[in-house]
Design a protein around this ligand. Structure first.
Ligand code: UDP
Length: 333
């Protein structure tokens, strides 16, 4: 059986569909330049990941997590990890501050999404979506879906951590693809992959304790886990995704209505208008988090119901909906 060994985890391929992920006690930072073994690190990171994947599964997110094998091991679906990591930031910290000379602790008006290439040799550089697509690291559809899923995960995690008096500063997600092409949240989600600050005091509870030699790393990791485990009831939440579909007449099809507008514009002296074509758009709100399945459903709806494939094409954009969610967010009785 093949086993891959990473900086903090080992992944053993069990069969065509499953892998066993084992969390070691290793911790590292700065591309592995600083590293150490910390007792109970493996258990704490594994159990935190298990808890967070179970919470996300409960909200309908597609994840690689299947089950907990024991305190340091998870059974997961076998996926090909996409070579792009997605970082979501609510408050400025870390590489964002270093890159732009920006003060730490500034809350962003809207969560920021950044893509980084998984490439140790080049120190995981920041990459724009269009470059990632050009370099064929991800498809355009995957990039859009990764961003929409990350924004939706952010909304859920902000609420979960708020319940236990922690502020979610930022986090990193990795995505994998199954052989059937389904995009799944993969890797781990733990204090190693997110920044969490104590709400009242701003005290750092995450891997920055290790990066910045603040001490008591595992004490704080264990405290995060204990607080997560103490949540009696995970709040109910109605996830929504808004999709904009634009339907256009194919270029080869005559568009008399567009022609009428064009002639009228020309008569009125809008001489820089070269041509006009009319289309239609639809906004559909789904009660589901963004996913590959949702993307396929939208394609089917657009091709079979919203458009006439003989004469029209369509394109769509999934956005995670936020405002309406707030009203739907209620505690379970
Ligand atoms: N992160 C991660 N793995 C990486 C890089 C970043 O889990 O390889 C997490 C990091 O813990 C933080 C967020 O992603 O929660 C943003 O990290 P940042 O870009 O600020 O980089 P850093 O300061 O860790 O170098």
């Amino acid at each position: 059986m093949v086993t891959y060994s990473g900086k903090a985890k080992d992944v053993k391929v069990l069969n065509d569909k499953e892998v066993q992920i084992s969390f070691r006690d290793s911790i590292s930072a700065f591309d592995g330049i600083k590293k150490e073994e910390l007792p109970d690190k493996g258990i704490t990171s594994c159990l935190t990941s298990v808890k967070l994947f179970e919470i996300l599964d409960g909200y309908g997110f597609a994840t690689h997590y299947i089950s907990k094998i024991d305190e340091t091991q998870m059974l997961c679906k076998k996926v090909t990890i996409l070579p792009v990591e997605v970082v979501c930031r609510n408050i400025s910290a870390g590489s964002f501050c270093r890159r732009y000379g920006y003060e730490e602790g500034i809350r962003f008006e809207k969560p920021l999404i950044e893509f980084f290439v998984k490439d140790d040799e080049h120190h995981d550089p920041l990459i724009t979506e269009s470059v990632a697509v050009q370099m064929k690291l991800v498809t355009e559809n995957e990039a859009i879906l990764m961003e929409a899923i990350t924004r939706a995960v952010n909304e859920v995690l902000i609420k979960i951590f708020d319940l236990i008096s922690l502020q979610l500063v930022d986090f990193k997600l990795e995505f994998g693809k199954t052989t059937a092409g389904q995009l799944l949240l993969a890797d781990e989600i733990s204090a190693d992959t997110m920044r969490l600050w104590e709400k009242k005091t701003g005290e750092k509870k995450d891997k920055d304790r290790y990066r910045q030699d603040l001490g008591d790393v595992i004490v704080h990791y264990k405290d995060i886990l204990a607080r997560l485990n103490a949540i009696q009831k995970i709040p109910k939440y109605m996830p929504l995704s808004t999709v904009q579909v634009i339907i256009r007449l194919r270029k080869s099809v005559l568009d008399p209505a567009g022609e009428v507008i064009f002639r009228s514009l020309s008569r009125k002296g809008f001489n820089s208008v070269e041509s006009t074509r009319l289309g239609k758009s639809a906004e559909i709100v789904f009660n589901a988090v963004p996913s590959s399945e949702l993307q396929s459903e939208i394609e089917e709806i657009s091709a079979k119901i919203l458009s006439n494939p003989l004469i029209e094409d369509f394109e769509f954009k999934i956005q995670h909906h936020s405002e309406k969610n707030e009203k739907e967010y209620v505690e379970e009785e």
